[in-house]
Design a protein around this ligand. Sequence first.
Ligand SMILES: C[S@@+](CC[C@H](N)C(=O)[O-])C[C@H]1O[C@@H](n2cnc3c(N)ncnc32)[C@H](O)[C@@H]1O
Length: 263
Amino acid sequence: MTLTTSTTTDATSVQDKLDQYWSGRATAYDAYQVGGERYALDRAAWADVWSSALPTAPADVLDVGTGSGYVATLLAGLGHRVTGLDSAEGMLERARDHADRLTGDDRPAPRFVRGDAVDPAATPQVEEGAFDAVVSRYVLWTLRDADVAVQRWIRLLRPGGLVACVDATWYPEGIRPEAGHGEEVETTEGPGAFARAYDAEVQAALPLAAAHTMEDAADLFRAAGLEDVTLTRLDALLELDERFGVAPGHEVRPQYLVTGRRP
Ligand SMILES: C[S@@+](CC[C@H](N)C(=O)[O-])C[C@H]1O[C@@H](n2cnc3c(N)ncnc32)[C@H](O)[C@@H]1O
């Protein structure tokens, strides 16, 4: 089922390819994130990142492009009231499967809803003016119409609310079949799924996919109307990546937190 509310068939075609890719990627993506010897250290490092960025719990938080719910469950575990939104049904299935276990501590798990990060308010459970923070991790690079999306995220916030996104410049040379040193990412879609999904049409629709600097994201935040925009390099995450390595098909890259405030 197509979710895009944009009127262009291009947006629908782009998002359908992305949804199919991320649904096929969900099981392996999730398994890598929630297993292994890194897991406890990883959760602690991310808890530090989000605790320093977000208002004191409990706050109402929307995690856009929530994927298998890593950030959403972490924030719920910190005591926030969390909604996780994604357009790939496969990812949402994984998120719902282990939401209670990952949230832990008898805190309420996030609610997970299917929707378009470019137009979250088109999803009935996501109301304008109802959130203290809109967050995302590893989504900006793969977001079509990112400028429109951030403008709409601002409308979801209460006055003074925060947009806080983590990402990196994963593909400064553009996404090519040999991206990730030729190693295949694991998906159910067979060899070459990543390059097939991120074809020329899709890449042309993603303004930040080939960014050379995360300043581009900060500029986009300012242009969308956010104030007090900050860009912070997450050295603790870089250290973990260097120590434990990254998933097949990926490279170690410095990650940044970009924040901005609704006036
Ligand atoms: C790299 S994954 C990141 C998942 C998760 N945020 C995390 O940190 O593990 C990117 C996610 O963005 C989602 N996504 C991409 N475009 C989207 C859109 N327009 N609306 C909703 N979700 C989207 C994908 O389905 C995928 O789950």
